[in-house]
Ligand binder design. Structure first.
Ligand code: ADP
Length: 545
């Protein structure tokens, strides 16, 4: 027998409708070099409706991909609602990738239009050059942009002005695609994760639970995590749902002094970003103290936050650091390191170790940790297996990529490539990763691409790139190289030969020349053995943009 309940589609537009109705005066603030820009949810909703109708007038149809190449701003937030709201798919492009990679992604996604942040106009020029056909552009400046900073682009404000403020959000299917976000693939090109309205809505609701982030209308949310990363980890949507004020750092990005000032002046209560951002903020607060007492929580993830830094936030600033684990494919939030009642008697050290782990799955997500035969490992905090995930905000495949979609799943469970132990209470601890990637300051670097480029040098016989631990960036690439007989190629020569192909922060911090690279039984580079040769972590350098 079927239940006798109403069905109401879970739509992205409904999140905004609620903020507009019940929190019309709550502010969304965007930081900028010339001062902050502020608009209310009422204004934001009106502008989003205008943009949605203007997109339709420009021929954008349901299912079309509409891209953004932009930093966090209220205009980007308007597009977060306008594009899915009218039935198209918002495709957020990662501004930190090499232009060649961005161009490949634009081509694969078949983007119909790209909204370009004027602060990224130069970078966009390099992306557009290799595209076969020009993509219609909109320059995402504010009212101060009177002629398009992005060559050949329409002005965003003209688009807003041409739209219909009375536009009614259409009833789309909650299972339709809303957001497309590419994530780095271990091999080959990035993979497109296609979230639905329903998955975004349910993930947003999850952020409001008392045992997760407990997001409420009393919060002021600072999203440092770029809006091009897994939908800004979903916070732009969940903050809107509850009517929390939002603070977006604009092109000023993750600069620690800017963030400290924003927290103090805006009374930020919840801030999101990768560990590197918060490690840098600790140093900034030491250098130039600020009042950050409004902050109740730093929500971090994307890489493991060190226990010592979690403790430092608590002891020096009274701030709780909550670590989440997940990936673009899992919403992204799949598990949270929040102590359970059973942990009340832990010593401080034990508790910090728990907080620095990957925690338990959030309600709505199921996990299993399996060995190579697919059997679940015992919950003994010792046996290592791969984390696999299921849930309503977990990817069931990749956009337009049947081969890698098939590889991604095992009996309907998403394979994460993260190797972990699980304890008797179900708490995860990541111990390794079976994907050949380095995560520097929260951004991926493909070791395989670096190896291929190094091995293209005539003086190189073999090259293996591994993740070396690093205090600020947490991981940095380091290359082991076997020279070809007689070659005297130097580190500088090798790095400058591959430099044009990659963003500067991808280049290995060091090249170690060796006689031989250890191999596994099947002849692959034994990266675990190489990592074991590495010394303690170092500091400094340019880990990411
Ligand atoms: P995101 O944009 O959320 O960082 P990605 O898909 O780029 O998502 O990266 C996901 C991967 O990052 C995970 O599979 C894992 O290897 C790593 N990761 C994410 N969160 C953590 C964490 N809390 N601790 C350690 N590694 C993490």
């Amino acid at each position: 027998m079927r239940g006798l309940m109403q069905h109401d589609e879970l739509l992205v537009s409904r999140l905004l409708e609620r903020a507009e109705t019940f929190h019309p005066r709550v502010r969304v603030v965007t930081a900028g070099p010339a001062g902050a820009h502020e608009e209310s949810y009422a204004e934001l909703a009106g502008r989003a409706r205008r943009v949605a109708s203007a997109l339709i007038a420009r021929g954008i149809r349901p299912g079309d991909r509409v891209a953004t190449f932009a930093w966090n701003s209220s205009r980007h937030l308007e597009l977060y609602f306008a594009v899915p709201g009218m039935g198209a798919v918002l495709h957020t492009l990662n501004a930190r990738l090499h232009p060649r990679q961005v161009a490949a992604i634009v081509r694969h996604a078949g983007d119909a239009t790209v909204f370009v942040d004027p602060a990224l106009a130069g970078e966009w020029g390099a992306v557009a050059a290799p595209l076969d056909a020009p993509v219609p552009l909109v320059s995402l400046g504010g009212e101060e942009e009177t002629s398009a900073v992005v060559p050949g682009a329409t002005l965003y404000e003209d688009l807003v002005a041409s739209g219909d403020a009375g536009f009614a959000w259409p009833d789309v299917d909650e299972n339709d695609a809303a957001l497309l976000c590419y994530t780095s693939g271990t091999t080959g090109a990035p993979k497109g994760v296609l979230s639905s309205h329903r998955s975004i809505y349910l993930h947003a609701l999850m952020h409001t639970m008392a045992d997760t982030v407990a997001l409420s209308e009393r919060d002021v949310v600072l999203s440092v995590v770029p809006m091009f990363h897994a939908g800004g980890w979903g916070f732009p949507y969940s903050a809107t749902l509850v009517g929390a004020a939002q603070v977006l750092p604009g092109a000023l990005g993750a600069d620690a002094a800017t963030l400290a000032a924003l927290i103090e002046t805006q009374g930020v209560t919840v801030a999101t970003g990768v560990p590197t951002v918060w490690i840098n903020l600790l140093r900034e607060l030491e250098r130039a103290p600020r009042d950050v007492s409004s902050l109740r929580m730093i929500k971090t993830g994307g890489a493991a936050m060190p226990a010592a830094r979690i403790r430092e936030y608590r002891e020096r600033h009274g701030v709780e650091v909550l670590q989440g684990w997940g990936m673009t494919e899992t919403g992204p939030l799949a598990s949270l390191a929040r102590p359970a009642p059973e942990h009340d008697d832990l010593s401080e050290d034990e508790r910090d170790r728990l907080l620095a782990g990957q925690g338990r799955p959030v309600p709505g997500i199921r996990i299993r940790v399996v060995d190579v035969s697919g059997a679940q490992v015992p919950w003994d905090a010792a046996t290592i297996g791969e984390i696999q995930v299921r849930g309503n905000w977990v990817a069931a495949g990749y956009f337009s990529d049947p081969a890698r979609s098939a590889e991604a799943l095992q009996d309907g469970w998403l394979r994460t490539g993260d190797m972990a132990t699980i304890d008797p209470l179900g708490f995860l601890r990541l111990v390794d990763r079976n994907k050949d990637l380095v995560k520097s300051g929260g951004e991926w670097i493909s070791s395989l691409e670096l190896e291929a480029a190094l091995m293209a040098h005539p003086g190189v016989q073999e090259a293996a790139v591994v993740a070396a631990p690093h205090e600020t960036w947490l991981e940095r690439p380091l290359a082991f190289v076997v020279r070809r007989g007689g070659s005297a190629a130097t580190k500088e020569e090798l790095l400058s030969s591959i430099a044009p192909e990659f963003p500067s922060w991808w280049l290995p911090d060091d090249v170690v020349f060796v006689d031989e690279i250890p191999k596994t039984s099947v002849g692959k580079f034994d990266k675990r053995a190489l990592r074991e040769r590495l010394g303690p972590s170092s500091d400094g350098g340019d880990g990411t943009a």
